[in-house]
Design a protein. Structure first.
Length: 292
């Protein structure tokens, strides 16, 4: 008899426990709103976006990676505990139970931030997803373009290098040819010394007549890297660009005059033909991946 009672009691406890758990699961919604990028020295406001009523709220805590950063406890005097925040100071004017304002942010403030909210009754805690904040030192100059020449013939290889100004993190460079990103196979990063916070990208592109008589070359140096053709500077945390226009010359006919020159011009014609074949092959290869 006693054992039966114990068993029933056990089952009852389990059921109660299950009900409590499932109740608690969706007691409230919670998300941390953290800007993806902040510029050095700026103020950023991190928002712990929850649906807990004020009179149900017990505690809001901010965590950076695994470190406790900031804590608000309702009813405590004062309600905030001062933790040291790496790479930032607290802007008390904009800080509240659910907002944490960091001012004069430095690179050390970069990291993953999340918040935990605890309700009073039932006592229940939930932690948001963590979001990354990156503090950036923006570029203070436009990228520079180095190019061997500005007039090309069909079949030539256009060879240009774009070098960014320094920034932290290092920006990403993207070339646009007539407003479109060419296949990655035409672009090659040039490694800079590890201490250098600039970067460079070399473009080597076979010149085909599909590019048109004028080729617009643009170099973007951005944080984050290239988004898409429709993005403009607003969509980047840091955006710099430089452009040049190069021309593709109309091919002239090989000259044939006199015996001595005939052999040479035949060689020239064969050479030109070879270039045309190569260019056509290139153009055919380019058409599939890079229609212009
Ligand atoms: C804040 O949370 C609510 C409820 O979950 C959600 O609907 C809303 O989109 C969130 N606000 C922002 C800015 O993410
Ligand atoms: C935390 O530090 C700030 C700045 O030093 C100060 O103004 C504030 O009163 C402190 N708050 C608490 C709760 O100690």
């Amino acid at each position: 008899m006693a054992s039966l009672l114990t068993r029933w009691f056990f089952v009852l406890c389990l059921a109660l426990f299950a009900v409590t758990i499932s109740d608690c699961k969706d007691l409230f919604e919670l998300s941390a709103i953290v800007p993806r990028y902040a510029k050095l020295g700026e103020t950023v406001v991190l928002r712990c976006n929850h649906t807990v009523a004020d009179n149900q709220l017990y505690k809001v805590q901010w965590t950076k990676s695994n470190d406790k950063l900031f804590q608000y406890i309702r009813g405590r005097v004062p309600p905030f505990i001062n933790h040291t925040i790496p790479g930032a100071k607290i802007d008390w004017g904009q800080t509240s139970s659910s907002n944490l304002a960091l001012m004069d942010v430095q690179h050390d403030a970069s990291g993953l931030y999340g918040c935990t909210v605890t309700t009073e009754s039932p006592i229940y805690s939930k932690t948001s997803e963590f979001h990354e904040l990156t503090v950036i030192k923006i570029q203070n100059v436009d990228p520079t373009i180095d190019i061997s020449k500005e007039v090309f013939n069909v079949g030539d290889i256009l060879d240009a290098t774009c070098t960014s100004g320094p920034s932290k993190p290092v920006p990403e460079i993207t070339w646009l040819v007539n407003g479109r990103k060419p296949p990655d196979t035409y672009m090659k990063p040039i490694l800079k010394a590890a201490s250098d916070s600039a970067t460079a990208m070399r473009l080597t592109l076979p010149v085909s007549d599909r590019l048109g008589a004028e080729v617009h070359l643009t170099c973007l140096s951005t944080i984050p890297g290239f988004l898409n053709e429709k993005s403009d500077y607003h969509d980047y945390a840091d955006y710099r660009s430089s452009s040049i226009i190069v021309s593709v010359a109309v091919k002239s006919e090989p000259v044939t005059a006199g015996c001595g020159k005939e052999f040479i011009s035949t060689v020239a014609v064969v050479a030109v033909a070879a270039v045309v074949v190569a260019a056509t092959a290139n153009a055919a290869a380019a058409t599939t991946a890079f229609p212009t």
